[in-house]
Design a protein around this ligand. Structure first.
Ligand code: SF4
Length: 335
């Protein structure tokens, strides 16, 4: 049974209301991912009816817990639907005034998992995102009954069992030598394709939204062909821009400086470009031939078609400069 939006935020939502009351907060910020923004009004009404606070929607796009940050105008910030991150670039994140509220809609996964079972080989690793993490016990039971010897590991950045992020596949990598296949519970191709690249093992998806099982081989091959084309183009680039993301969970100052030194050592010009969020507008008219992103790993993979010049990840830059072999292609991971 799928839960209503407000029920899908419990028990964290009521705990947040208690925290707002105990801190006598007057103005509270709410960060929601795109897909949940249409529910902001019911969220605000619910909280305002139970507390003395007014809730403001923070309308800057919010794609992950890496963007959770405190703003002095708000006594508290509610960060909806992303699991709190443990670290980024080794630095601890300080979230004393950010409350993380899980969004777990309780979608039915049995149908898609049963469809995926014949495609899996034992032992099978199990991966998901924080949205479907509460489904894991039921999924593990189904796989065990099917003789698939299910296994899970905890992710580095979230510390959650089986949880992978677009910038952290450690929950998959830890199992790579122990399992023969992976089941991914969730939607979208980035996570399962990334897990496949990170482990070299087949990943079968069980999508709770469509009720179907999926293989991602074609999508993965298409993505790798696009990345190869971007790297080929960047080989001729003379002037590089290095993107330094200023969101607390994306900030990799040391990495950006290291890449600048590396590029200069290789006879290229390199400049650091800093912003909280990058888009084709704030990166226009910059006079660069190619970009390398040390910010969210997904910028290069998901958004490259929006830019007129090649946009690489740091491991891809290594390939361009001959420091890494194409056969050792990896996605960029933060943390
Ligand atoms: S860095 Fe990117 S992939 Fe990682 S949590 Fe942030 S938005 Fe998600």
């Amino acid at each position: 049974m799928t839960l209503s939006f407000l029920d899908s935020l419990q028990p964290d939502l009521d705990s947040a209301c208690e925290a707002i009351n105990s801190r006598h907060a007057k103005l509270v910020g709410a960060q929601l991912p795109d897909g949940l923004r249409s529910h902001f009004r019911e969220l605000a009404r619910y909280i305002e009816a139970r507390t003395g606070a007014t809730v403001a929607m923070m309308v800057d796009m919010c794609c992950g817990a890496c963007m959770a940050e405190h703003n002095p105008e708000f006594e508290l910030i509610l960060h909806i639907a992303h699991a709190e991150l443990r670290s980024t670039g080794g630095a601890p994140m300080k979230h004393s005034r950010v409350l993380f509220i899980r969004h777990q809609p309780g979608l039915e996964v049995e149908e898609s998992v049963k469809e995926a079972i014949p495609m899996l080989t034992a032992p099978a690793g199990v991966l998901t995102t924080s949205t479907h993490a509460d489904r894991l016990p039921g999924v593990l039971r189904l796989l065990k009954e099917a003789g698939l010897e299910p296994q899970t590991a905890t992710g580095k950045r979230t510390g959650g069992r089986g949880i992978i992020l677009g910038c952290d596949f450690s929950a998959a990598r830890k199992l790579a030598k122990k399992v023969n296949s992976f089941l991914f519970i969730g939607s979208g191709a980035f996570h399962p394709v990334g897990a496949g690249i990170a482990t070299g093992k087949p990943v079968i998806g069980a999508d709770p939204y469509t009720g179907q099982a999926l293989v991602y081989t074609d999508i993965k091959d298409r993505m790798l062909r696009k990345r190869f084309a971007a790297m080929e183009l960047a080989k001729n680039a003379r002037i590089f821009g290095i993107l330094l993301g200023l969101y607390p969970g994306q900030l990799r100052r040391r990495k950006a400086l290291e890449l600048k030194r590396l590029l200069e050592h290789e006879g290229r010009e390199a400049y650091i470009l800093a912003a909280r969020r990058f888009d084709p507008e704030n990166l226009s008219h910059i006079g660069m031939d190619a970009l390398v992103s040390t910010a969210c790993s997904r910028i290069a993979i998901d958004d490259d078609a929006r830019y007129p010049i090649p946009l690489l990840t740091p491991p891809e830059l290594d390939i361009v400069l001959g420091k890494r072999d194409w056969n050792d292609y990896v996605l960029d991971e933060l943390g």
